[in-house]
Ligand binder design. Structure first.
Ligand code: PLP
Length: 316
């Protein structure tokens, strides 16, 4: 396959500025179809999600397509894709939700390899509940975070959660996540994986990694500024994030506070289309305004009263 560099470069308006960009932490440059999808969705008729008017169906379709595109990117179930402002916000929210089941005697494992966005939310959630934080060290000679070190140093039957990154943004090492997942699960703990750096370099398969939660930032992978968390829908069903009373109890919606940023979601879908790896010669879909199919009978209600049923604790 020939890789037409000029054709790929032409998709990135920012390159016309003439500067070379090496600012990976700031995110990737954004291809033109992503910008067009964001602007087009923002200025189109769009309303709250529902099935009665074209504007409502537009919003509904944008959300559905975005979950599907992100699930594709991550090898995840669209019903377990939670959209958020960025990885940091999603991790704080998840930490607060999981910590509802923690107390003194429970333990949380974080690593010294990790970005603070996958450390501080857990440290602060543990402090708020009296849980203990255990630190997994990486080998200073190699920069590797060996699964055996995690197991020997910090895992126990009191461990509730292990938080670790799949690739280091600082030194590039990649912990063996499937092995750490096996160890965490054997100890009865959940595994929360920071995939922000990893997802920008590796084809992700959340199931194969064994992550209970996998979180990353589409703005590092050609997308708009936002974050995404993938988890098994049945796990999301067992947790109770804080939310407004009239907001839906459905999963994954109950994790997404307030109105979703539809334009950013449309940008994420377009970023999937625009990935250069797909093939430089393949015709690139362009974003066009759409009309949404008519639907006479609403099939579900977005507004739902909270259930009264007790929530099972997230212990082993
Ligand atoms: C490895 C890693 N994790 C987490 C983050 C935080 O991501 P966000 O800006 O989406 O909160 C970053 C940001 O650069 C990162 O590099």
């Amino acid at each position: 396959m020939t890789y037409d560099v000029a054709a790929v470069r032409a998709q990135f308006p920012a390159l016309a500025e003439g500067a070379a960009h090496f600012d990976a932490p700031g995110g990737s440059l954004v291809p033109e179809p992503v910008g067009a999808a964001v602007a087009g969705t923002l200025t189109a008729a769009i309303a709250n999600r529902n099935e009665f008017t074209a504007a409502e169906r537009h919003a509904e379709a944008v959300v559905r397509e975005c979950r599907s595109a992100l699930a594709d990117l991550l090898g995840a179930d669209p019903a377990g894709v939670v959209f958020g402002r960025n990885m940091t916000q999603l991790t704080y929210d998840t930490a607060r939700t999981l910590a509802k089941a923690w107390g003194p005697g429970d333990e949380v494992v974080v690593s010294r390899l990790d970005h603070d966005a996958n450390v501080r939310p857990w440290v602060q959630a543990a402090a708020a509940t009296g849980a203990t934080v255990r630190w997994a060290d990486f080998d200073p000679e190699t920069g590797e975070l060996e699964p055996a070190r995690v197991a020997a140093a910090v895992l126990s039957d009191r461990t509730r959660l292990v938080a670790v990154m799949a690739a280091s943004n600082l030194i590039g090492t990649r912990p063996d996540i499937p092995a750490i997942a096996d160890l965490a699960h054997a100890a009865g703990a959940l595994l929360y994986v920071d995939g922000v750096h990893y997802a920008a370099h590796v084809s992700v398969d959340v199931g194969a990694l064994g992550a209970d939660f996998f979180v990353c930032s589409p703005y590092k992978v050609l997308g708009p500024h936002c974050g995404v968390l993938a988890a098994r829908p049945d796990l999301l069903e067992r947790l109770r994030p804080d939310k407004l009373l009239p907001a839906t109890d459905a999963v994954p919606e109950r994790y997404e506070l307030g109105t979703l940023p539809y334009e950013l979601m449309a940008g994420c879908t377009a970023a999937g289309w625009a990935r250069p790896a797909a093939s430089a010669s393949a015709s690139r879909p362009t974003w066009t305004p759409r009309t949404w199919p008519a639907c006479s009978t609403p099939s579900r209600t977005w507004w739902a009263a909270p259930t009264a049923s007790p929530v099972p604790a997230i212990h082993r």
